[in-house]
Design a protein around this ligand. Sequence first.
Ligand code: ADP
Ligand code: ADP
Ligand code: MG
Length: 666
Amino acid sequence: MFKKILIANRGEIACRVIKSAQKMGIKTVAIYSEADKHALHVAMADEAVLIGPPPANESYIVIDKVMDAIRQTGAEAVHPGYGFLSENKLFAEALAREGVAFIGPPVGAIESMGDKITSKKIAQEAGVATVPGHMGLIADAEEAVKISREIGYPVMLKASAGGGGKGMRIAWNDDEAREGFQSSKNEAASSFGDDRIFIEKFITQPRHIEIQVLADAHGNAIYLGERECSIQRRNQKVIEEAPSPFLDEKTRKKMGNQAVALAQAVDYTSAGTVEFIVDGDRNFYFLEMNTRLQVEHPVTELITGVDLVEQMIRVANGEELAIRQKDVKLNGWAVESRLYAEDPYRNFLPSIGRLSRYRPPEEVADATHVVRNDTGVYEGGEISMYYDPMIAKLCTWAPDRDAAIEEMRVALDTFEVEGIGHNLPFLSAVMDHEKFTSGNMTTAFIEEEFPDGFDGVDLPNDMLRRVAASAAAMYRVAEIRRTRVSGRMDNHERKVGTDWVVSLQGQEFPVVIDADPMGATVTFKDGKSHRVSSDWVPGQSLAKLDVDGTLVVIKVGKIPGGFRMRLRGADMKVFVRTPRQAELARLMPEKMPADTSKLLLCPMPGLIVSVAVEVGDEVQEGQTLCTVEAMKMENILRAEKKTVVTKVNAAAGDSLAVDDVIMEFE
Ligand code: ADP
Ligand code: ADP
Ligand code: MG
């Protein structure tokens, strides 16, 4: 076995690979950029080599620098993770030249599967179902229209070199085909330096279901079931699960066999993923093959018990697979939530800054449930603008789907992240969404169910009552504390009343609390009562309560007269008042939020790429005002209404902080 391997990556995936290597007794080498001096993967590895400035194209993806680090440390093999150099054939070749093992597939497989047109042709020859369409290149917009008509709308225009959801457009008519051709081409040229475009049928009501394959260099290839990845935003996966709630045994087997046939057709070794798009009638079509470890591989590990990284290392070491197809058993259900540093309340714009709080739920693994969190960050660490905004992958496992989802709801509520914008509330919202819980989703789920973005969840009434009861019980505890602190020695408990009015989410609940040493019984006006018990003490940011036998986890902050409470995607102010205070509060005028509609504020720290308007310009609703770059993404800021620009404070090249005023309107 290798004595030392180098991990040519960063973040959670570098940490993930290091864990398996350590388990196998292999020494590890991390590489890092100047922005990652204090990163977790550097701390976890046995050795670490600084390889350059923060931008990936000056550090992590510079082959010569990685090769230097290998020579310097004597690493015998390299795991590339995903992204970066993982599907770069020049890198695999450079390693081969120096006799260093690549923990991944052979160069030929990377090359043929790296190109969508080539891979589609090979798949078709191997007997794999492919999306109907035109297998050749498209010369210009008019040809794009002609071919789109032949295929029949809707169609999808795709960059042959594409990846990461970039360089693809749907077209429903000639005009969109013309436009889509141009914009895919531009995006492909700037993202991949390769503007070749092809067209295929757009599969409607599609689900993304992919097959995990594993092959060795001795001719053995198996599949480890599927992953459903239909919950996507802009063609990027957000939530994945295994198995798929949509597949039956027959379809699973058919897909698995085709995936293995494709792997064998390109002499594949190592772990790989064959992605399929599946229509409402369970017809499936090959999309692409990812010749690397996939982001969402943990859900497969959780239902098969196979450590995919360990298998990759063993295969790279020339070992024969110890698992055969008949040994692969799918057990239970696993769900993964990708935690992104993206602010759901600001149209998912990337958010950067310091993690003032980062407390993932405790990892557990036993026969009835598993909580696993793959992460590369820590409390106090910095989320920088240079890399991918994914900061953790939270996975849960349970014997069945409903239980795995319930585990995920609680795990998300328990996960504390402060200091940056993040998508935790959005993930919670999906976990409670009927379309998701019923398993009846397509890749259009987010677009269709959140057409105007996300502005928090309104809790259903039963949950609202549980929260109201919790808040009343918690407030009482806080009040007892407060009166005790203020020095009244005599019988302070009795000074805290029993009648309260809890207001939250626009509703008022008058309640009566009957407390005892074990907890409190909170009775509502309709006569129904809820039993609340908890070991929460005032000042703690997380409250775990037992409400009528159900675990309710709430993120709590103190505000005057109540709490800020966050759970299940809701973020609300909860006031707990005496009946008299509640009466007075009803008379208070509602405070209006400050009017910022006359200002364009910078939604995240970033670089102004371009400003599209000048002072005096009349702009229409939706018109582009300027473009801000952060985390490798260009974000277009648009006018929210028809108005006139009165002042412009920023120009291309300026670095702005969050909420800096970019321009002002009439
Ligand atoms: P997965 O199917 O595992 O989610 P993705 O295709 O979304 O894989 O990509 C995984 C990671 O690799 C992401 O961080 C993505 O940004 C990055 N990535 C994928 N393809 C490319 C590419 N061609 N160029 C740059 N980054 C890429
Ligand atoms: P990438 O390399 O960027 O991951 P893929 O070809 O895997 O590109 O496509 C990414 C996503 O785009 C898929 O998961 C699916 O949601 C959608 N998609 C791709 N091709 C089609 C198609 N022909 N019809 C419908 N949806 C598609
Ligand atoms: Mg893909």
